[in-house]
Structure formats: structure tokens, C-alpha cells
Design a protein around this ligand. Structure first.
Ligand SMILES: [Zn+2]
Ligand SMILES: [Zn+2]
Ligand SMILES: [Zn+2]
Length: 176
């Protein structure tokens, strides 16, 4: 079912995307919204990528280009990705993704997302206990995972929760 419709939808116009990067680029190009992770990169001078408006490639200062050359007023996009298993929310897709792998997939890699690991120690403990007692970790049917062709490790993690892969990410824009 991985080839079903894209799981991430823009809540401004209902366009759908397979990846958070796709959504990110769309938000920037169509709505002038800058995600926290993109802002982060811009602060470090590493906002590279293809301009979603004109298609030109930039090694850095992509946001500057969009703002100046396309006269867009950029606003922060406050996305929140919500884990529906433990209700933790994350402002960045990467953190959310790491959390789901770490806390709920059972295929966690120790070197990934140590911070989330700590924050969600309790959840992990519960998951470990459940695994030990051979009871599967109870998954909400609303859990939202992005299907990704991705790396081997991530793919392995995805397999376990893959049945939910065609659900939409629960995120929303907060008014600024
Ligand atoms: Zn849109
Ligand atoms: Zn451009
Ligand atoms: Zn969670």
C-alpha cells in the first residue's frame, strides 16, 4: 500500500506530498512559510536546495533568494507533528520521526536521537516491558508514519508499523 496517495497534506491547499522535504518546499514556494528546520539551516547559512518558485539550485541562501528575487514575505510555519501513541508533539519532522523509531518501533538504533530517548524514557520502558512479555506494543490506529524508500535501518523500523503508512500526519499551522 506504499504507493497509495501521498501521506502528508498541506492544510492550506490540500496538495499532498510523500516527504517532509516535499511539503517543506511547497510551503515555502506556495505559501511563503518557512519550517523550523529550514530556518535553522538558513541561520547556519546552509539553506540549500532547489528554489520551489523558479527551480534554480542554491548551495546556500535559498531563503534570501525566495524572499528577494520572488518578493515573498516569509513567515515561520509552526508545524506540529503529533505522536498519537504517546501524544508527544514535535516541531520538526525529523524529531518526530526519530521519536517514533526510538520509542515505538522496537527497532531503535542506539545512536539515533539520544535526546528523544531520554525524554521518552518512560515510554520506552513501557514498550520494552511489553516486548518482554511478548505482548505487542499497543499502537493507536491513528499513528502516522511516512512511507519512505529510505535507508535500510529506517526501513526496518518502518516495517513494524507499516500498516499505518497511508495515514496522514497530524500537523497543523498555529496562527502567528
Ligand atoms: Zn499548500
Ligand atoms: Zn527562484
Ligand atoms: Zn510517541
Amino acid at each position: 500500500m506504499i504507493h497509495s496517495r501521498p501521506p502528508l497534506n498541506c492544510q492550506k491547499c490540500q496538495f499532498r506530498f510523500f516527504t517532509d522535504q516535499g511539503l517543506e518546499r511547497h510551503l515555502l514556494g506556495s505559501h511563503g512559510l518557512v519550517t523550523a528546520s529550514m530556518q535553522d539551516l538558513a541561520n547556519k547559512g546552509r539553506d540549500s536546495g532547489r528554489c520551489p518558485v523558479c527551480g534554480k539550485r542554491f548551495d546556500w541562501k535559498l531563503l534570501n533568494h525566495v524572499a528577494q528575487d520572488h518578493q515573498k514575505t516569509l513567515k515561520p510555519a509552526h508545524l506540529s507533528y503529533k505522536c498519537t501513541v504517546c501524544t508527544a508533539t514535535f516541531g520538526q519532522y525529523k524529531l518526530f520521526e526519530n521519536h517514533v523509531y526510538q520509542a515505538h518501533s522496537g527497532a531503535a538504533k542506539k545512536d539515533r536521537a539520544k535526546q528523544q530517548q531520554q525524554q521518552h524514557q518512560a515510554v520506552k520502558a513501557a514498550a520494552a516491558a511489553a516486548a518482554a512479555s511478548k505482548a505487542p506494543v499497543k499502537m493507536s490506529k491513528d499513528i502516522t508514519i511516512i512511507p519512505r524508500p529510505a535507508t535500510a535501518g529506517a526501513a526496518a523500523g518502518l516495517q513494524k508499523v507499516g500498516k499505518h503508512s497511508n495515514k496522514s500526519i497530524d500537523y497543523h499551522f498555529k496562527p502567528t
